[in-house]
Design a protein around this ligand. Sequence first.
Ligand SMILES: Cc1cc2nc3c(=O)[nH]c(=O)nc-3n(C[C@H](O)[C@H](O)[C@H](O)COP(=O)(O)OP(=O)(O)OC[C@H]3O[C@@H](n4cnc5c(N)ncnc54)[C@H](O)[C@@H]3O)c2cc1C
Length: 563
Amino acid sequence: MITPDILRLVPLFAELDDADLQEIAAAAADIRLVADEWLVREGETPAFFALLAGELEVTKTVAGAERVIDHYHVGDSFGEVPLLLGSTTVANLRAVGDVRVLRLDATEFHYLLARSERMAAAVMRTMARRVGNLRRLSIETPAETTLIVGHRADLACYDLRDFFSRNHLAFRWLDPDDPAAAPLIPAGVGDGPYPAVVFPDGSLLALPSPRQVADRLGLQTAPRRPAYDVAIVGGGPAGLAAAVYGASEGLSTLMIERDAPGGQAGASSRIENYLGFPTGLSGDELSARALQQATRFGTEIVVAREVTALRLGADAHDHEIVLDGDETVGARSIILATGVSWRSLAVPGADELVGQGIYYGAARTEAPSVRGKDVYLVGGGNSAGQAAMFFASYARCVTLLIRASSIEQGMSHYLIDQLATKRNVVVRTGATVVAAHGRGHLDAITVRDEVTRATERYETDALFVFIGADAETGWLPPEIARDERGYVLTGPDAQASGTWRLERDPYLLETTVPGVFAAGDLRHGSIKRVASGVGEGSMAIAFIHQYLALSATEAPPVTAVAG
Ligand SMILES: Cc1cc2nc3c(=O)[nH]c(=O)nc-3n(C[C@H](O)[C@H](O)[C@H](O)COP(=O)(O)OP(=O)(O)OC[C@H]3O[C@@H](n4cnc5c(N)ncnc54)[C@H](O)[C@@H]3O)c2cc1C
């Protein structure tokens, strides 16, 4: 129990009288931590703390990497910066050994300040010093970011920048063709080959793969154990939700993502219909938060690795996941959450210009390069509408080309209303892109008017494509039944397929192979929303608990599943 005597250890409380100290002691939470336990993490609800015993390490994610920025010792008080700025917690606090901390919530903290002017002044001085430290940290940081050197028109350079951006890794990009950038290119990079990456320690990788970059920057690229209770393939909203629920409910959980966590939602500039975020949030922010949550519960997150096959065990709890490079990892259960991939624009000239003026999805890394230019977007769904809103803040003019005769056919009303407020957004219905032109980079597109059938050429160097997506499930074994478009059958659909072999019914999200579940957009009949993906990812974990509990007693398959 916290007593006034214990509170006298904290210099900030020195001038308070016994009655005040009694009140604080009665209102405070008495928190005990063991070594490596977190007191708070960045982004959490703030509170005011005073350290009564032990030591805390203060860390902050700067430029994508966690850095130790301070240590707190007995008598230190902290937490005033976010409370006074009205923000979320700005740093992580981790116990170095056994720790005892007093915690006051926001109301008690403000009441405390009102009690003593001298104490309030002391808190303000501490806050000013800490804000100064944070400022210094952010000024020092740019010198430490990774540098990418590569040509704007080079697809490999575009992919690399996209990989950094989607993994929230800070970087600077210098284009050797840009006369202003040339003098800034480090001598060691010379004349190429490009793209080249120069790391903060000065080391260089030429033509690196995303996996090499991820390894160098300390991201996990290989499973640490030989087998897991649950392996999740894909790190979109469905996979991330499964990762959070799996690990938080005590299952050893692995999530494998071929690119960067976030999936399609990561490409969304503003998700406005996700419960709990009344002013909307970007897909980037949602995925960064979910990733932090999953990691905190202990999920292993492997990035820059693609799952290329599943090997189904003769015993249904003995499956294997095959990663690119033929590495395998065992799994007692599997969740497929690989979502869908953008459908490509099948018009002459388009394939050669992907990443060189033609982009699938919102390609947020391109935002600065479209500043002041005229850009075109193809598609009539919400994703195209959101992207138009996003690019309207950068481009001079954004033209949305929609093949259908009306925008209402594919887009939500709230987005149509928002687009109407943007003076630099033009919506053209009944318009189809029929050709792309350019050598090495997009120069122009040809658009056909669906009413008059007349074609017209428009000069532009950026076309963003949102024309739907397909499930890419060709790599799955034939035992996992799919519909004619590749979407995975689950639950009643799996049973109706005629390939389900057990006496019991499949769980709602179970595929035709016992123990292999599917969640999110790749599932036949899915709703294709962030919230439904998140819901299904969490539900899949609940079914896996039941499945694993049943597994000890379950009768063997009537027909053994082929290996
Ligand atoms: C631009 C845009 C805006 C959107 N806006 C909204 C919105 O405002 N509200 C809303 O509710 N929904 C929105 N959506 C839809 C929503 O994002 C999707 O429904 C949701 O992301 C589906 O989640 P998922 O986890 O099933 O799949 P995905 O998000 O598609 O994620 C699948 C992940 O699996 C990975 N993967 C695929 N194959 C493999 C493999 N073999 N090995 C390893 N990893 C693999 C992919 O790289 C990807 O990261 C939007 C979609 C887009 C594209």
